[in-house]
Design a protein around this ligand. Structure first.
Ligand SMILES: [Zn+2]
Ligand SMILES: [Zn+2]
Length: 173
């Protein structure tokens, strides 16, 4: 059974809570309030995502995971993503570790748990399944997409590790 995504009433509620956190953040951390784009098009295992691209700053929410764990996501995922935004405004998103001390500090100020991972039950939630294949080089393990795996199997490509430059070898299933 496929779960239904959130309805428009729930969307409005999520947007309101997100706005509240953004307002609070701009007061607490003293930066000028700027609205950011919020979309509900995230799929897969993550409930939320903060991203910066040439269109600006975004928060994306997973409408299926929000539907199943609505209150939990309001309490956790919304401050989680807004905290990424705050860290980005204060330090620059690529200058600090994603869930490092800066992010944790913002979460504590929000009164939210500074714990980065939650494990939700994904039964009935559409997850893009891209099969991955284990590979090894001389220094670490790699996980390759089926496209790359097939190229290697068919002798159409060799991939090298960026770190040690040795060729990746299939490590079996
Ligand atoms: Zn995060
Ligand atoms: Zn390597």
């Amino acid at each position: 059974m496929i779960l239904q995504p959130i309805d428009s009433l729930q969307k409005t509620r999520i947007l309101t809570v997100t706005e509240d956190f953004l307002q609070r953040a701009s007061e607490l951390f003293h930066f000028r309030y700027q609205p950011l784009t919020v979309s509900f098009d995230l799929k897969g295992r993550a409930a939320g995502q903060y991203r910066v691209d040439r269109n600006g700053r975004w928060i994306r929410y997973n409408p299926y995971l929000f539907a199943r764990y609505f209150q939990d996501n309001l309490d956790n995922t919304v401050p989680h993503e807004v905290a990424h935004y705050v860290v980005d405004r204060l330090y620059g998103v690529h200058r600090v570790r994603p869930h490092g001390e800066e992010w944790k500090r913002v979460m504590r100020v929000f009164g939210a748990s500074p714990c980065a991972t939650v494990n939700y039950d994904l039964t009935g939630i559409p997850v893009r399944q891209q099969q991955r294949f284990p590979y090894r080089c001389n220094c670490r393990e790699h996980s390759l997409t089926s496209i790359r795996h097939n190229r290697i199997i068919n002798n159409r490509a060799i991939y090298r590790c960026r770190a040690c430059r040795s060729a990746l070898v299939f490590a079996g299933l």
